[in-house]
Design a protein. Structure first.
Length: 162
């Protein structure tokens, strides 16, 4: 949780920036009903507090040659913290891995991986992931079609919380 709860203006600022991070401060201020200086102070505070982690361009994966998405359920041997951290560090260093989640359930980790095609996925899986000594089992789920990905966080649900 942030140090200070997000008020309605903070949530509007974040929503606007999630929709278009290229907004000028003046345009952002106008959209959220502030003057430029207080708006900029709020944005800088949200960045400083780590609420806003950064800004990036969202790419069409297939247009840049990375249209093959796979979701991996990974089981590891044992759960000794040091070995698990070594696994996490190794997969997080692999550029093909977009996300790594420690989960409960049948798997220990869920990974989202993007590569060019099936041949590159095989190379990634067999040549790199399965070479990690802690990996016991991997189940692959290949994305056939993506209808929604990288959506903005639904900050409006915060208003419904007690």
């Amino acid at each position: 949780m942030p140090k200070h709860p997000l008020d309605a203006i903070d949530r509007r600022i974040i929503s606007e920036l999630q929709a278009d991070a290229r907004l000028s401060n003046v345009e952002l201020a106008d959209r959220v009903g502030l003057s430029a200086s207080p708006c900029l102070r709020r944005v800088k505070r949200l960045e400083r507090e780590g609420v806003i982690e950064g800004y990036r361009a969202v790419l069409k994966r297939d247009r840049v040659g990375l249209g093959f998405s796979v979701f991996l359920a990974v089981k590891i041997d044992g759960h000794a913290n040091e070995r698990a951290v070594t696994f996490e560090d190794a997969v997080c260093a692999m550029p093909e891995v977009l996300a790594c989640h420690l989960v409960s359930g049948e798997a220990d980790y869920l990974l989202e991986v993007v590569v060019a095609d099936l041949a590159h996925y095989q190379e990634f899986l067999v040549g790199r992931l399965l070479n990690l000594p802690i990996v016991r089992e991997v189940r692959s789920n290949i994305a056939i079609q993506t209808r929604k990905a990288g959506a903005p966080l639904p900050l409006d649900v915060l208003e419904q919380l007690p």
